[in-house]
Design a protein around this ligand. Structure first.
Ligand SMILES: NC(=O)c1ccc[n+]([C@@H]2O[C@H](COP(=O)([O-])OP(=O)(O)OC[C@H]3O[C@@H](n4cnc5c(N)ncnc54)[C@H](OP(=O)(O)O)[C@@H]3O)[C@@H](O)[C@H]2O)c1
Length: 249
């Protein structure tokens, strides 16, 4: 399928772009013409392979090792993107972790890690990226349908982190709107990735809860992100857009 090339001349940074939904977003933004930097924390080989495949095909990509739990790393990733590509127009906050455990066993380390990566990193990256963005800038967060519906035990902290993004997105829309910059929150349902493999026992439970009884594809989420990143979405801001096969219906 060919996509519009409406992001030619734009530069992007994707937090957590080495695998899964983030890698699909990186590829999609490149296909639409953007130069795309992306971070990873552990998957060095995958990140380098993605960068190499994009540059071999004539696109512009830059893999940056940066831990989303570290403010210093995030700020450095923004600086490296601006240095490499001469600006920053699109920020996608995709890096996320999922810790599930019964209430009794859920550790405070996992609580703090979840908030640091799923929420705090979104604030830090947006604050830093906004310093470089001009009118037409775009911030896109990857939340979850679990912000609205968490139909099983053990996922309360994850659900809380994704609900926090709903409020953060609304509030920051007010900061950024007067500058012509939008910020939105994409809320996927079950998507087949390392985080949530479609061939697990757990998947059977999830499929029973959905109107469209199948897992989503990372590319489907990337398409929604690409719409929000593009020039036609300038009047969409502060919104949480759900793409979940009716999981929350
Ligand atoms: N899959 C689903 O069903 C689903 C549903 C709703 C929402 N989501 C959300 O979608 C986003 C992507 O999920 P996914 O399923 O694609 O997950 P995934 O397959 O586990 O990939 C996670 C990505 O985030 C990066 N990442 C994780 N921790 C990081 C950190 N501390 N610093 C920098 N990068 C970090 C990983 O980098 P490394 O490769 O270096 O580890 C990887 O690129 C997450 O925010 C997740 O909560 C997923």
């Amino acid at each position: 399928m060919t996509h519009p090339t409406n992001l030619i001349g734009k530069t992007a940074l994707v937090q957590g772009g080495s695998r899964g939904i983030g890698a699909a977003i990186v590829k999609r933004l490149v296909e639409q013409g953007a130069a795309v930097a992306f971070t990873f924390v552990s998957s060095e080989e995958k990140a380098r392979a993605l960068q190499d495949s994009i540059t071999a095909a004539g696109g512009k990509a830059l893999a940056i090792k940066a831990d989303s739990a570290s403010a210093e790393d995030i700020r450095s990733a923004v600086a490296q993107t601006v240095d490499a590509f001469g600006g920053l127009d699109i920020l996608v906050n995709n890096a996320g972790v999922l810790a599930i455990a019964p209430l009794d066993e859920f550790s405070l380390e996992d609580f703090d890690k979840t908030l640091a990566i799923n929420v705090r990193s979104v604030f830090i990256a947006t604050q830093e990226a906004a310093r470089h963005m001009k009118e037409g800038g775009r911030v896109i967060n990857i939340g979850s349908t679990n912000a609205d519906r968490m139909p099983f035990a053990g996922g309360g902290v994850y659900a809380m982190s994704k609900s926090a993004l709903v409020g953060l997105t609304k509030g920051l829309a007010r900061d950024l709107g007067p500058r012509g910059i939008t910020i939105n929150n994409v809320q996927p349902g079950p998507v087949d990735t390392d985080m949530n493999p479609a061939n697990s026992d757990f998947a059977e439970t999830l499929l029973g809860l959905m109107a469209v009884p199948r897992y989503g594809k990372s590319e489907e989420v990337a398409a929604m992100v690409a719409y929000l990143a593009g020039p036609e979405a300038g009047y969409v801001t502060g919104a949480s857009l759900t793409i979940d096969g009716g999981f929350g219906a």
